[in-house]
Design a protein. Structure first.
Length: 255
């Protein structure tokens, strides 16, 4: 998992410059449609990266920008004191620090709003500012974006060094991924920033990675095997990458 280099773009209004040498890397996990396992990948990836860095203070942030129905926080068993809805486009580092929750697994978590109505108050400029501040504080910021190409998701894409797209081999997921990848290319996201990850490889009636690659006109960066252990762990607010580092799903994230 090489995510070296800092974020290099601007927010969609050009208000928040990103690209200073001290900036950490930003990885946006983009879900082409619901149910592809993006939140599972984002949460386990964040914890895996933190374990590899092994710093004394949290060097990896996990930010949930699925504003209406974010679940990344519950998947890591966190209960942050505040959420994105409590911040604005002028948020200071001190206020952001009060909103994140450090976890035993070595990451800091910023939650999506718990209330879909409150989510409507979160504007792209707020997301851009928060991403910028997180990237200043952390070596790597992992963003769990909302399904599709919503405005918050596009803001997260704009600020990402890497856009990671998990896709299981179902016809609907592959079709949605092809549309999303094509759209990203048309709006100027370079292929070297896009990582397509074949998820749940080996599950019954799933297309193999090679077929997925042909269908989305892109290369599969790596594959994550199917496992019956993933869902029970998520329901308990536990992560395979932390509780079971030698699990095939955990090991696959190293690639």
């Amino acid at each position: 998992m090489n995510f070296a280099g800092g974020a290099t773009s601007l927010d969609r209004q050009g208000e928040v410059p990103i690209g200073a040498s001290e900036m950490g890397s930003v990885v946006t996990v983009l879900s082409p449609t619901g149910g592809v396992g993006a939140s599972t990948v984002a949460t386990n990836l964040a914890v895996r990266l933190a374990s590899k860095l092994g710093a004394l203070r949290p060097e990896v942030a996990l930010m949930d920008t699925d504003l209406a129905f974010g679940c990344a926080t519950s998947m890591v068993g966190a209960r942050p004191p505040r959420s994105l809805a409590d911040l604005d486009s002028q948020v200071t580092p001190e206020l952001l620090l009060a909103a994140v929750q450090p976890l035993e697994c070595g990451i800091e978590v910023l939650a999506a709003p718990a209330d879909p109505i409150a989510a409507e108050s979160v504007v792209p400029a707020t997301c851009a500012r928060v991403i910028w501040l997180l990237a200043q504080r952390h070596a790597i910021t992992v963003i769990d974006a909302a399904p599709g190409l919503t405005e918050p998701a596009l803001t997260a894409v704009d600020h990402a060094d890497v856009v990671l797209i998990p896709v299981p081999g179902t016809p609907s997921a592959v079709r949605a991924t092809a549309i999303v990848v094509g759209t990203l290319r048309r709006i100027g996201v370079a292929d070297d920033r896009i990582r397509i990850v074949a998820n749940r490889v080996g599950a019954a009636q799933m297309m193999p990675p090679g077929t997925i690659a042909d269908a989305v006109s892109g290369r599969i960066s790596w594959s994550i095997p199917d496992s019956a252990d993933v869902v029970p762990a998520a329901r308990k607010g536990r992560l395979l990458a932390w509780d079971w580092p030698d699990h095939p799903v955990s090991v696959a994230l190293d690639r």
